[in-house]
Design a protein around this ligand. Structure first.
Ligand code: ZN
Length: 172
């Protein structure tokens, strides 16, 4: 299968120098930080926790009701990141519809950034489709989502690192 693989690579467009706005903005706005968490949607929290904590051996950090978003979430730290379990508590939310359509599984990946407002402005300037054009209050800090249409099918979330300007602005 090596020949096939080589053909595939040969046919891949080579990197070209582009003049995107990202080249003119500071490194801290251009680059994403660590993966803050990977979120999976679950039918029911308890059996999911049994798997991630008891079978895989992750520590359970917190289980929390997010009344505004009508979900229950749990965070299980692993390395410098976390697994986030998301259980819909209301059948009318987007998360509930996702579960009904796709079943349990991967939902989104969240990257930490230093300044979420600056990052959103930069992405919007580059033509990236944002779900949230301004940060909103998440369980672990100011967050915003980027549309999967702009991310090759992956729902991407951004979260501002603790102490960033959006924390005070949102009243944490
Ligand atoms: Zn998330």
């Amino acid at each position: 299968m090596v020949a096939g693989r080589q053909r595939l690579l040969t046919g891949y467009p080579p990197p070209v120098a582009t003049k995107r706005s990202t080249e003119r903005v500071p490194e801290r706005i251009r680059r994403l930080g660590r993966i803050h968490h990977v979120a999976v949607i679950v039918e029911t929290m308890e059996p999911a926790i049994q798997f991630w904590r008891d079978t895989l051996g992750l520590e359970l950090d917190v289980v929390e009701d997010m009344a505004v978003d009508r979900v229950r979430i749990a965070f299980l730290p692993v390395g410098e990141s976390k697994i986030e379990l998301v259980e819909p508590t209301d059948q009318t939310t987007g998360v509930a519809r996702f579960l009904a359509k796709n079943g349990e599984g991967f939902h989104h990946v969240c990257f930490e950034v230093d300044n979420i407002v600056e990052t959103l402005m930069r992405l919007e300037f580059d033509g990236v489709e944002l779900i949230d054009t301004a940060p909103r209050k998440g369980a672990e800090g100011p967050v915003a989502f980027i549309h999967p249409r702009s991310c090759h099918g992956v729902l991407v979330e951004l979260i501002e690192a603790p102490g960033g300007p959006a924390w005070a602005a949102l009243g944490y």
